[in-house]
Design a protein. Structure first.
Length: 529
C-alpha cells in the first residue's frame, strides 16, 4: 500500500460501484450571472426531451445543458411569478400566480388560459390533469381545453395534491386545511390543522405520506372513512432531528438506495439509509441554505431551487463527503484499502477503522493488546494483511478482528509504503530503508527513505526514494538475496513521490519537481522514457 497524503478536514472517496452522496465541489451553481432569468427559484421540471424548466418569481428559464432561454412578461409571458410547470403532449403548461396558464410549444407561447385565481400546482391525478387554485378549487386540462369541472366550491386555497390509490385525492390547502376527494372530485372529508401550512406532499417507496410544512416535516396517517381521516403520526426516529423538526420544510425526494434529500429553510438535508445525515448550505457550495424546491431528473441528478439561485448535484460523480460531524470519523486518514464490496478499511493516526457502505458508519478496529499501535495496510492483499511493529496480521472480514499470522524477528516502525510480492514476500518501505520479509525473517535492502513501491510485469519491485533516486529490486531465489539496480539515470530526477504500473506494464514515475515519466520496457532490459 502506498501511503496517501493526509487530508486535513475531509475525506473524498471515488466509489465506482457504490451509491453515495455529495461534497461542495460537486454542486453546480447557476444564478443570473450564468443566464438564469432570476435567482429566487419556485419550481423545477424536466420535459420529455430532457430540457430543464425553472420557474422563478420573475420569469421562466429553459436550460438545454449549455445556456438558458428566458421567458418573462416583457417577451410574451402572461405573468412572471411561476408556481408550477407540467408537460402534456408537445405542450409545456406554466401555472402562474395571477391565474394564467401559458402554453409553450417549440419555444413559443402559443396559447393562454385564464383561471379566476392563482394556479398553485399542476399534477396528473387518476388520469386527469388537474390544476389547484386559490379560489376556485380545481381546474382541468383535457384535449387542449382548459375548464372548471363540476365540484363543490370552498373558500379555501387549494395547494399540493397527491393521489391515494385509484380513487382518492389528498389536497393540502394553504390555510391549514386538508381535503379528501373521490376520483369524481366529490368531497369525502375536510378538516383544519393548527399552524400547518403545507408546501408539498410526497409518498415514499414504503407508501408513507409526508407533508412538508412551515412547521417542519410531518408524517400523515390516512384512514379514509374515519371521522379523522387524516392525522399526524409520530416521526420515525431517523427523521426526528433539527432542522426537520424546527425549520420550515419545503420539499422531499427519495433516491433509489432509500436515502432522502429534504429541502428546508436551514439547508439541504441528505438523510442516508440507516439514519446518518448531513446538512448542506452556503459553505458547501449552495447559492443559499434556504431551499424552496427539489427535483430528481431522469438521470437521477438532483436540482435544488434556492432563494438565491439554482444548484445541481450530479449523481454520476459517485463521491462521498465526510467531516468530523460523522461522529466516529476523526479526519485523520492517511491510507485506505477496499475490503469486499461493502467495506473500506481506513488507516488513521489513531489506528484502523472500518467504513460500512450499507450503514454509513465508522467503527474502530482494535489491534491485539500488548504492542504498539502503528499499523500499516499491506497493499493488494485479500484478505487484507496488516503490519504492526514485529507482526504480520490478517483482518478477518467476517468477525472484523485482526488475527496474528507471523511474528517477525525485527520490529519496524515508520512504514511509508508496502507491497506483497506474488512469492509471498512483503516489502516494507520506511523512513530509514527498504525491508523485505520472508516468513519471520526481515532483510534490509536499501538504506534510503522510501516513498513508493510498485511491481512490474517481470516480478521486479520498483522503489521510489525521498532524495536518493529510483531503484529496481530483483529477487534472487538461487542466492536467497536481492539484487538492486539504480535506475535514476532514466529520469535524471532523485526526488520520487509516486510509482504506478499500468495495464500495459508501463512504469509511471512521479517526481517532486521534474514532472511525471512513463517507462516502457524494450529489448535487452532497456526502457523508452
Amino acid at each position: 500500500m502506498q501511503l496517501l497524503r493526509k487530508i486535513g478536514s475531509f475525506l473524498l472517496f471515488t466509489l465506482s460501484a457504490i451509491n453515495s452522496f455529495s461534497q461542495q465541489a460537486f454542486f453546480n451553481k447557476f444564478t443570473i450571472q450564468d443566464g438564469l432569468v432570476a435567482n429566487p427559484i419556485r419550481c423545477v421540471y424536466q420535459d420529455s426531451k430532457g430540457f430543464i424548466w425553472i420557474g422563478t418569481i420573475d420569469g421562466l428559464s429553459k436550460y438545454d445543458g449549455y445556456k438558458f432561454t428566458n421567458y418573462t412578461a416583457s417577451n410574451g409571458l402572461s405573468h412572471s411569478y411561476i408556481n408550477s410547470i407540467f408537460e402534456v403532449g408537445n405542450n409545456v403548461l406554466v401555472g402562474e400566480n395571477n391565474g394564467s396558464v401559458d402554453v409553450i410549444r417549440n419555444n413559443s407561447i402559443i396559447k393562454v388560459y385564464k383561471a379566476g385565481s392563482a394556479i398553485n400546482f399542476i399534477e396528473r391525478i387518476h388520469d386527469r390533469l388537474l390544476f389547484s387554485s386559490d379560489e376556485n378549487g380545481f381546474y382541468e386540462f383535457k384535449k387542449d381545453s382548459f375548464f372548471l369541472p363540476r365540484q363543490k366550491n370552498f373558500d379555501h386555497a387549494h395547494g399540493a395534491m397527491l393521489a391515494l390509490g385509484d380513487s382518492l385525492l389528498l389536497t393540502a390547502a394553504v390555510d391549514n386545511y386538508f381535503f379528501l376527494y373521490d376520483k369524481n372530485l366529490n368531497l369525502a372529508w375536510a378538516s383544519t390543522f393548527f399552524n400547518f401550512t403545507v408546501h408539498s406532499l410526497f409518498r415514499d417507496s414504503k407508501q408513507r405520506i409526508w407533508a412538508c410544512s412551515m412547521n417542519g416535516l410531518k408524517l400523515l396517517a390516512i384512514k379514509p372513512g374515519d371521522e379523522q381521516a387524516v392525522s399526524v403520526a409520530p416521526l420515525p426516529a431517523e427523521f426526528n432531528f433539527d432542522p426537520l423538526i424546527t425549520s420550515p420544510v419545503t420539499s422531499i425526494v427519495e433516491e433509489e438506495d432509500g436515502s432522502f434529500w429534504i429541502g428546508t429553510y436551514k439547508g439541504l438535508v441528505h438523510l442516508f439509509k440507516g439514519g446518518r445525515f448531513h446538512v448542506y448550505n452556503e459553505k458547501d457550495g449552495l447559492p443559499s441554505g434556504r431551499i424552496n424546491s427539489l427535483y430528481l431528473d431522469k438521470e437521477k441528478n438532483l436540482w435544488i431551487g434556492t432563494s438565491l439561485g439554482l444548484a445541481k448535484w450530479v449523481s454520476k460523480n459517485n463521491i462521498a463527503f465526510f467531516t468530523t460531524e460523522s461522529q466516529d470519523f476523526r479526519s485523520d486518514v492517511v491510507g485506505l484499502s477496499v475490503s469486499g464490496n461493502q467495506k473500506v478499511i481506513l488507516l488513521t493516526d489513531h489506528g484502523l477503522q472500518e467504513f460500512n457502505f450499507d450503514t454509513k458508519e465508522f467503527k474502530d478496529i482494535p489491534l491485539p493488546a500488548g504492542g504498539p499501535q502503528q499499523p500499516a495496510l499491506i497493499a493488494g492483499t485479500s484478505p487484507i494483511l496488516v503490519h504492526n511493529a514485529d507482526r504480520i496480521m490478517m483482518l478477518d472480514n467476517k468477525t472484523n478482528k485482526v488475527l496474528p499470522v507471523e511474528k517477525l524477528d525485527t520490529a519496524l516502525t515508520g512504514i511509508l509504503a508496502t507491497l506483497q510480492h506474488s512469492q509471498g514476500k512483503i516489502f516494507l518501505g520506511t523512513f530509514d530503508g527498504l525491508y523485505a520479509t520472508n516468513k519471520s525473517s526481515v532483510t534490509k535492502i536499501l538504506p534510503y527513505r522510501i516513498t513508493s513501491l510498485t511491481l512490474d510485469g517481470n516480478g521486479d519491485v520498483w522503489v521510489g526514494t525521498w532524495v536518493s533516486g529510483l531503484y529496481r529490486v530483483t529477487i534472487n531465489n538461487s542466492q536467497g538475496s536481492y539484487d538492486t539496480v539504480n535506475m535514476t539515470s532514466l529520469i535524471k530526477e532523485k526526488q520520487i513521490r509516486g510509482l504506478f504500473t499500468d495495464r500495459k506494464k508501463n512504469i509511471w514515475v512521479g517526481t517532486r519537481y521534474g514532472g511525471a515519466f512513463c517507462l516502457t520496457a524494450t529489448s535487452n532490459n532497456n526502457f523508452a522514457v
